[in-house]
Design a protein around this ligand. Structure first.
Ligand code: NAD
Length: 366
């Protein structure tokens, strides 16, 4: 493989700023390995509404379909907040992308380097070695997509809304497979999070995960936890977890809690993997930072680009099978932020530099 062909959707707010850094880092890293990048940029989110009248124009979708992966920034902002909910950039761009490409597996590392423990709201004594876990969230099923989904007026004058939570065994099995692969590269431990004491879908989830691991990966240590307890445990002792495996809505909430506990939104990356494989025989996927468009700091060279750079590294790993190159980029980010060059939301006590300067420092450390 010599050409890496991927779609670039920078989006809104800080998206374009941090994307510029990620592309520069990718370019330099790829060059050193004799690889050629073929990024193709398209509009998504608020900027696409302004330019094309739709948060996810057909040409953007077509470009993504012709690519081997999608590197995504973030979308949304105050300018579009008054649109009807269905037309809001996040809902009208990200959700259809997930659905269209069957991006069923969201992998979000919760990583806090020991040198940055001050960034966490947790007491230092609780996380002397930093934090290192991964949340695997099912992304295309559950209550966000289940039908019926409606709001209606009732004959008695009242009004009701309904969301439906549905899971099939096959959906649970394929996300469990991703958790197994992740756990095998780590400490061989999975904690499956559900609400099996009240939800039918959770009973099926728990049984399926248990059966699947017994059949396919008996060497992995499996535990189960109710979601309310998991939320408490994450805030108490995050390192008791290695791999958290959970359904869509619980994962949405827990992975944001994990981000807070890890101290900085600007450091956390994510991958959303699809069912299909790309031209290189690896998984098609969408890679994006955990944070949003940060309108409060957009356009001021203040955003932390690390999450976008680390998302690009995940793309190299999962969609192009370039693990050593991904390792190099991750090591360069780590070296940069732990050697005193920090930015924006993690600048405490260190030399604070701008977004672009941070990118230059990462490139120097490659
Ligand atoms: P946000 O993540 O944009 O910002 C929350 C806080 O974290 C802000 O103070 C921001 O400055 C800071 N922050 C976030 N990323 C940062 C970075 N890389 N460097 C430094 N600081 C950073 O969340 P929000 O304020 O709730 O949302 C703002 C907009 O982003 C909204 O329109 C929301 O819909 C959208 N959003 C988009 C996505 C996405 O595209 N996936 C995700 C979340 C929010």
């Amino acid at each position: 493989m010599d050409t890496l062909k991927f779609a670039v959707l920078p989006g809104d707010g800080i998206g374009p700023e941090v994307m510029e850094v990620a592309l520069a880092v990718l370019e330099r890293a790829a060059e050193s390995e004799g690889l050629r990048l073929e990024p193709s940029e398209a509009d998504a989110g608020g900027i696409a509404i302004d330019r094309h009248g739709s948060a996810l124009p057909q040409e953007t979708l077509d470009l993504c379909a012709r690519s081997d992966a999608i590197l995504f920034g973030s979308v949304g902002g105050p300018k579009w907040e008054n649109l009807p909910p269905k037309e809001q950039p996040e809902r009208a761009a990200l959700l259809p992308l997930r659905k269209h490409f069957s991006l069923f597996a969201n992998i979000r590392p919760g990583l806090l380097y020991p040198e940055l423990v001050d960034a966490s709201p947790l007491k230092k004594e609780r996380i002397p070695e930093g934090i290192d876990l991964v949340c695997i969230r099912e992304l295309t099923g559950g209550i966000y997509f289940g039908q019926p989904k409606a709001t209606r007026d009732l004959p008695d004058g009242d009004r009701e809304a309904i969301d439906t939570m549905v899971y099939r065994r096959s959906e649970v099995e394929r996300i469990t497979e991703v958790a197994i692969a992740t756990a095998r590269g780590r400490k061989n431990r999975i904690c499956s999070v559900d609400k099996a004491n009240v939800l039918e879908t959770s009973v099926l989830w728990r049984q399926t995960v248990t059966d699947y691991l017994a059949a396919k990966a008996p060497e992995i240590e499996l535990s189960h936890m109710y979601v309310d307890n998991a939320a408490m445990q994450l805030a108490r002792d995050p390192n008791q977890f290695d791999v958290i495996l959970t359904e869509n809505m619980f994962g949405d909430i827990l992975s944001d809690e994990m981000a807070v506990v890890c101290g900085s939104l600007g450091m956390l990356s994510s991958a959303s993997l699809g069912t299909g494989s790309n031209r290189h025989g690896h998984r098609f996927g969408l890679y994006e930072p955990a944070g949003g468009t940060a309108p409060d700091i957009a356009g001021r060279n203040l955003a932390n680009p690390c999450a976008q750079v680390l998302s690009a590294a995940m793309m190299l790993r999962f969609s192009f099978g370039l693990d050593p190159l991904a390792d190099r980029i991750e090591a360069a980010v780590r070296k940069t932020v732990t050697s005193g060059t920090r930015t924006g939301d993690i600048a405490f006590g260190a030399q604070s530099v701008g977004t672009r300067e941070m990118g230059e420092a990462i490139i120097k450390n490659l």
